[in-house]
Design a protein around this ligand. Structure first.
Ligand SMILES: Cc1cc2nc3c(=O)[nH]c(=O)nc-3n(C[C@H](O)[C@H](O)[C@H](O)COP(=O)(O)O)c2cc1C
Length: 173
């Protein structure tokens, strides 16, 4: 089977999540990975498609949204999944409502692939904003003694592996 994965990333987290998905499917499918910036092909002609990216300032990338709009019909008529990477993973459902076009039917679901808020992996303004987002999570619990127990976001390998399993189970074409 031929699988197309299209992602939008700023600091490489969504790309890494997609590479994990591709790796899981490598023995089962021919996987093509595209950054949405590099003019990805239409999903037409592929057996399945996974498309998504990261949230910045509550939004998905404009290029990714344009790709979704341009391919809405094709994605609705084939096995497809959408994903979001975000630092505030509790807000995932809100981002699905505001950022994923409702007219696209993703038969393989819309998934949260997790995300990261690591200041050592980003630069400039991104470093500052990442620091403040981290702090907002770390100070949510007024009991400071629990600070070490508060979980910062990570990529969700279980969600990625579960989606890989669903794709693997698609009827062989
Ligand atoms: C400038 C900036 C703005 C961000 N805004 C949000 C946001 O509004 N909501 C959220 O949940 N995460 C936000 N994040 C966190 C990112 O979604 C998270 O770091 C993600 O893993 C980035 O993935 P990427 O490297 O593929 O772009 C923001 C990160 C940066 C650097």
């Amino acid at each position: 089977m031929k699988l197309l994965i299209v992602y939008a990333t700023k600091n490489g987290v969504s790309k890494r999540a997609c590479e994990m998905l591709a790796e899981k499917l490598a023995s089962h499918a021919t996987v093509e990975l595209y950054d949405v910036k590099n003019d990805p092909p239409s999903p037409d002609g592929y057996d399945a498609c996974v498309v998504g990216g990261s949230i910045r300032m509550t939004k998905l990338s404009k290029k990714l949204k344009a790709y979704l709009r341009a391919n809405a019909k094709t994605l609705s008529n084939m096995p497809s999944a959408a994903f979001i990477c975000c630092g505030l993973t509790n807000d995932f459902e809100d981002y699905v409502v505001t950022e994923i076009p409702k007219d696209i039917k993703f038969s393989l679901g819309v998934h949260c692939f997790g995300g990261e808020l690591k200041t050592d992996r980003v630069r400039g303004m991104d470093k500052i904003l990442t620091y403040f987002m981290r702090q907002s999570i770390l100070t949510q619990d007024p009991d400071k003694s629990n600070r070490d127990m508060i979980e910062l976001p990570e990529i969700f390998p279980d969600t990625i592996h579960a989606l890989a399993e669903r794709i693997r189970r698609l009827k062989q074409i």
